[in-house]
Ligand binder design. Structure first.
Ligand code: SF4
Length: 313
């Protein structure tokens, strides 16, 4: 049995075979960068806005999908794909533009569309349209919401520009429309400790989030966080402590939640700190090996919802 609910296993069960994500980069921005909320963006966010291995945004959605699909088909004999709108805030545009981009991603062998955005950049009109796509085209829809931490003090420190409340509202709306929701979290923000890690797991579980993507904090050149790091204003916890946090997070998490990933990936040449200079997959393997050895499991401590204190009454 796997120590946590892996994404690959979920995809295999849902679609009957391996499914590959096709990253799409749009010529867009985010309200936390264009001056609407702030000009600086989140303090860790680089110029790429969360993507670094994409095709140029001047290419059309269809061309990006076509080119990536061809490559992955040939290399891995892949047959099914998820179109993944990855960079910046992919609902931060007019509803008309959004509809066109989404429709362009509906091509043969695309079984799902994944849309990355901010919790304060989604509303019922966009969700209603996505429900129509899901029902009429038979394509799964996943909204990937950046949150990073449930600690709203930390959200101010990283200049997120929204609080926990907007995230909760977005999740309730997405779930009410019967769409899937994934949440991105960083378990080692410099201001967070183990209590925040556990509260992350509890709130994600209580809200019925479907999927989680964990990023270990990386520090990219020319960001505010890089300045703080160089000036000694922030520290990064050790790899061992990060591993301890990930395992604890998984233990408190609802065992039904799918884990898309437990380590972040960043371009080494543009970063001043990435994964303690180790490969992300080596650290992932270390986490799995410790969990197996110590008999630890996702959901082992998931015993706190639905009035648990009243269980003997
Ligand atoms: S919301 Fe996303 S794209 Fe915008 S600044 Fe923050 S991390 Fe970057």
């Amino acid at each position: 049995m796997e120590v946590y609910n892996t994404y690959s296993k979920y995809l295999q069960e849902r679609y009957g075979e391996k499914v590959y994500k096709l990253p799409i980069k749009l010529p867009i921005t985010c309200p936390n960068r264009d001056g609407t909320l702030s000009k600086g963006g989140c303090t860790f966010c680089g110029e790429e806005g969360g993507s670094f291995e994409n095709l140029p945004d001047c290419m059309s959605v269809k061309d990006q999908i076509g080119k990536n699909m061809l490559y992955i088909r040939e290399r891995y004999k892949a047959k099914k794909f998820i179109a993944y709108f990855q960079n910046f805030s992919n609902t931060y545009m007019t509803l008309e533009d959004f509809k066109e981009y989404i429709k362009d991603a509906i091509v043969d062998d695309v079984v799902a569309i994944s849309i990355s955005t901010r919790p304060d950049c989604i509303n019922d009109k966009y969700l209603k349209f996505l429900v129509e796509i899901k029902n009429n085209m038979g394509i799964d829809i996943i909204i990937e919401l950046g949150l990073q931490s449930v600690n709203y003090h930390s959200l101010i420190k990283i200049n997120r520009g929204h609080t926990l409340a907007e995230f909760i509202d977005a999740v309730i709306r997405i779930k009410a429309h019967d769409l899937r929701v994934c949440t991105h979290l960083i378990l080692n923000l410099p201001w967070d400790d183990m209590r925040d890690v556990i509260e992350n797991a509890k709130i994600i579980s209580a809200l019925g989030i479907d999927e989680v993507k964990l990023h270990s904090l990386y520090i990219i050149e020319n960001t505010s966080m890089a300045e703080q790091f160089k000036n000694g204003e922030i520290d990064i916890i050790s790899k061992e402590e990060y591993i301890h946090r990930v395992i604890t997070f998984l233990e408190y998490l609802d065992p039904g939640i799918i884990i898309q990933r437990i380590m972040g990936r960043a371009p080494e040449e543009k970063s001043i700190f990435v994964n303690w200079s180790e490969s992300w997959w080596k650290i992932r393997d270390e986490i799995v090996s410790i969990m197996e050895k110590e008999n630890r499991q996702q959901g082992k401590k998931f015993d706190y919802l639905n009035g648990k204190a009243l269980k003997n009454f």
